[in-house]
Design a protein around this ligand. Structure first.
Ligand SMILES: *Cc1c(COP(=O)(O)O)cnc(C)c1O
Length: 236
């Protein structure tokens, strides 16, 4: 299957999931996760109609994103971000950074954004599965954490992100997504000028249909579009 065929197949599955959920297809933004793939492959995807791309590593983004700048509509950063790499990512002008889970990192990002005269949009990453290997704040910490973001005038909190549980058990995956939606809804009424619960970023290649049924409006799909990734000789 070509990237174009894969992409169209994913879009068809998105449409069907939207229909099942009684939602309009236009309410779901499909991010193509391009990590590990070279720019030639990404260009092929962009020529096939991909509009939104996402990377999860800072150095890889620096190497690839400037070369693609005229070809994509939006670049999103979805990986864990260390404090000392914030400036490098902001320089790439990401539409949204999905993966903030530390107030000290947000504080530093606020300072850099202020210095550059921009407002940076972010999502807060929540660890809904309880798996120790995953980043993100706990669901219990979420409300206070969101409140604590209100002082950062150059940061705009636009919603929440999670990574689904690694399991074949659909109910367990669904439970994590439902939990994120609950936190999202609960924090939607907050009246802080720089906080708006607009985006719910959840769902990857193996669980985006469940995520759409549970209210995701951004999904992050990599291998279903670009095929398997190869890391130093091993599959992952
Ligand atoms: C890699 C990655 C994805 C995409 O994963 P696939 O299973 O290939 O679709 C989504 N979100 C994050 C945060 C990722 O790192």
């Amino acid at each position: 299957m070509s990237i174009k065929e894969n992409y169209n197949e994913v879009k068809r599955q998105v449409l069907e999931a939207c229909q099942r959920a009684g939602r309009d297809e236009s309410t779901v933004k499909l991010l193509a996760v391009t990590k590990t793939h070279p720019t030639e492959i990404i260009e092929e995807g962009l020529a096939a109609g991909i509009e939104y791309i996402a990377e999860n590593k800072v150095q890889e983004s620096i190497d690839k994103i400037p070369k693609l700048k005229d070809l994509y509509k939006e670049f999103h950063f979805i990986g864990h971000l260390q404090s000392n790499k914030i400036r490098k990512i902001i320089d790439l002008e990401p539409q949204l950074i999905h993966s903030l889970d530390s107030l000290s990192t947000i504080k530093r990002m606020n300072r850099i954004a202020k210095e550059k005269g921009i407002i940076q949009s972010i999502l807060i990453q929540i660890n809904t599965s309880g798996e120790a290997s995953k980043f993100g704040i706990t669901p219990e910490e979420a409300d206070d954490f969101i409140d604590d973001c209100q002082g950062f005038e150059c940061i705009r909190v636009m919603g929440l992100m999670t990574i689904g549980k690694f399991t074949d058990n659909e109910q367990e995956i669904r439970r994590g997504f439902k939990l994120l939606k609950t936190i999202f809804d609960r924090n939607s009424g907050k009246n802080f000028p720089n906080i708006e619960m607009k985006y719910l970023s959840m769902g990857m290649s193996n669980d985006f249909e469940i995520a759409i049924e549970e209210g995701a409006n951004i999904i992050r799909v990599g291998s279903a579009i670009f095929g398997k990734r190869y890391y130093q000789g091993s599959e992952k």
